[in-house]
Design a protein around this ligand. Structure first.
Ligand SMILES: [Zn+2]
Length: 272
């Protein structure tokens, strides 16, 4: 009995230490796998993905992806610094790549490793549309949604949490692959929860506005996504990011607020 209580206490202490504050919501979130262990694994997976796929370089589109990514990352840093979160991005290593693939998808791995497929560009339509997708994907990475999803999986799997969890053995690698699958597994990735989607929409639209992109484009983008769903041409991104009327209405309502937020950073004109 005494031993059992001690275990419960230990587990409680471990969980408390494993909590991190989400700077965007102020809420405590689970972070059982620290960034310092999670990110290097993600970076290695990302590099492997790039070697196995056709990365587009030197084209106007490739340059646009890099330009938008850099502007969104700068916006994120400005926002975090202004809100007392200097150093939050310490372990992040931003990278933006365009991959030649007609799949309609884009994703961001933990630590800021982003891929856009050429197939999503017609739906993105313009640079502001790319910024809306970029802002949303970067927001998942900033809020560590993937990490929380993985932490929840660890708890579900009943993985012992004595000390810390290092991604070093087979079981951990399997869990990682399942929750951050790349390549052929991207489409099989579990969708984020609706709460995470709403959070990423909000953070994302603020970031795109601070980066100087018209936040009115966000709701228009998801309307285009919705119009492209159905039949055999359903965009891959919709399997993890369902586009529905409430999401579109939410983004429409957020656009003026995003402009107000951008004004705090001296941004009052927006490019399309
Ligand atoms: Zn999302």
């Amino acid at each position: 009995m005494k031993l059992k209580n001690a275990f419960i206490l230990m587990a409680f202490v471990a969980l408390c230490f494993a909590c991190a504050t989400n700077p965007f919501t102020g809420k405590k979130t689970m972070a059982l796998v620290p960034n310092s262990q999670l990110f290097p694994t993600a970076f290695a997976q990302y590099d492997q993905f790039l070697t196995e796929n056709k990365v587009v370089t030197g084209t106007k589109d490739a340059e646009m992806i890099t330009r938008v990514g850099q502007r969104i990352a700068v916006a994120a840093e400005r926002w975090l610094n202004a809100n007392g979160y200097e150093g939050y991005l310490e372990d992040y290593k931003w990278e933006y790549n365009l991959v030649d693939d007609k799949t309609v998808n884009a994703w961001c791995m933990p630590g800021g490793k982003i891929v856009f497929y050429t197939g999503i560009l017609p739906i993105a339509k313009n640079e502001a549309g790319v910024a809306a997708i970029m802002g949303h994907e970067v927001a998942h990475a900033l809020a560590n949604h993937g990490q929380q999803r993985m932490s929840a999986a660890y708890i579900q799997a009943g993985v012992a949490l004595a000390g810390n969890v290092a991604i070093k053995d087979e079981q951990d690698r399997n869990a990682f692959n399942q929750y951050y699958g790349v390549g052929s597994q991207v489409g099989a990735m579990l969708p984020f929860s609706r709460a995470h989607e709403t959070e990423a929409d909000k953070i994302g639209i603020y970031l795109m506005a601070i980066a100087g992109y018209n936040p009115d484009e966000a709701s228009l983008l998801w309307e285009r996504m919705k119009a492209n769903s159905g039949g055999s041409s359903t965009p891959e991104i919709l399997s993890t990011h369902p586009s529905n009327d409430s999401r579109i209405a939410n983004l429409k309502a957020l656009a003026p607020k995003a402009k107000e937020e951008a004004a705090k950073f001296g941004v009052t004109t927006f490019r399309e």
